[in-house]
Design a protein around this ligand. Structure first.
Ligand SMILES: Nc1ncnc2c1ncn2[C@@H]1O[C@H](COP(=O)(O)OP(=O)(O)O)[C@@H](O)[C@H]1O
Ligand SMILES: O=P(O)(O)OC[C@H]1O[C@](O)(COP(=O)(O)O)[C@@H](O)[C@@H]1O
Length: 299
């Protein structure tokens, strides 16, 4: 019997649960059985697999986090063969992996190891090549936006210089979207660090115009705290950094993420049913999971 194994990997993202439910519904509509892997690739290697039919998943669909649990397995490349064998012995004939670029590279390897696998882009970082938006990104931007607005309220009133740090790992998509949406004076992203004089110049210009300024920065910006300390000294103002931390990854999925999750999960089930695997579930042309050069895994 065709059996879909559902698995979440890497950082959880709002909308993952909706994608799990939608994938289970689509698979069951085709007469497939659905199993859930608990705890990502780690759980798969340990055989932590049990039935997760759509009706069991439904109450979680509107919640954040990942009901199946997730994990990071640093040396997964070396354990892919064992993981595929475990999946087969648990009765999984096809797999759907939800995660970011690293997890989906792992999914590509699982597919190569003989387990037909499709990947669904789900990470708050929005850094999966081949997908214009990942499940979770919109929710994480929407989590941060009212906080950025609130910082601007108080910055305007006192007035003062404020900075907000978003998650995003070594990418700046989240920070850029939050900064653009709230009208930040400067957005600091790891992909394009600013020279100190340019940063000071832009902040000073904003302060000269209206006596307050907001900086939005990605957590991956090189030496962020030192850069901000030096900036505060340069412009002669106290600067407080507000860190969103892991809270930005939780909370209920936005409408946009729920709809994206549902659409991509349906696409994934459809791809597998039509015999396609080793691809990313996206609504454009199929993208191979082995996108870009294989990234080196941490040892
Ligand atoms: N290049 C890779 N090849 C195989 N598996 C990988 C690779 N990169 C990451 N993984 C697996 O995916 C997990 C999650 O990756 P990570 O990059 O931390 O998160 P995300 O998938 O959300 O970007 C890793 O702990 C590892 O098990
Ligand atoms: O939970 P951890 O290990 O602290 O990881 C934090 C990282 O996870 C994320 O929230 C999501 O990253 P991934 O989706 O790539 O796993 C990043 O924004 C952040 O840097």
């Amino acid at each position: 019997m065709n059996t879909l194994g559902l698995l979440c990997s890497g950082g959880d993202a709002p909308g993952m649960n909706m994608a799990l439910w939608a994938a289970a519904r689509s698979a069951e509509a085709r007469g497939w059985r659905v199993l859930g892997v608990h705890g990502g690739y780690q759980g798969l290697l340990g055989g932590s697999v049990e039935p997760w039919p759509a009706d069991r998943l439904r109450p979680f669909a509107r919640l954040g986090g990942a009901v199946l649990g997730t994990s990071r397995v640093p040396d997964f490349t070396r354990q892919v063969g064992a993981a595929a064998a475990q999946a087969r012995s648990a009765g999984i004939t096809h797999a759907l992996v939800l995660g970011g670029d690293g997890s989906l590279r792992g999914a590509g390897l699982l597919n190569r190891a003989g387990l037909p696998t499709v990947g669904l882009p789900a990470t708050i970082d929005n850094d999966v090549p081949g997908s214009a938006a990942t499940v979770g990104f919109d929710s994480a931007v929407n989590f941060a936006l009212p906080l950025a607005d609130a910082l601007l309220d108080t910055a305007e009133a006192l007035p003062r210089l404020c900075a907000l740090e978003t998650l995003g790992g070594n990418t700046g998509h989240l920070a850029q979207a939050v900064g653009d949406a709230c009208g930040a004076d400067v957005v600091l992203v790891p992909e394009a660090p600013l020279a100190a004089p340019e940063l000071a110049g832009r902040v000073s210009a904003a302060l000269a115009r209206r006596r307050h300024a907001l900086i939005v920065a990605s957590e991956g910006y090189p030496a962020l705290e030192g850069v901000l300390d030096a900036l505060a000294r340069e412009v002669g103002l106290r600067l407080r950094l507000t860190r969103l931390g892991h809270a930005q990854r939780g909370g209920r999925p936005s409408a946009r993420d729920r709809l994206l999750a549902g659409a991509l999960a349906g696409e994934a089930a459809d791809l597998l049913a039509r015999g396609h695997a080793g691809v990313l579930a996206w609504r454009g042309a199929p993208t191979l999971l082995e996108f870009a050069a294989p990234a080196q895994q941490e040892a």
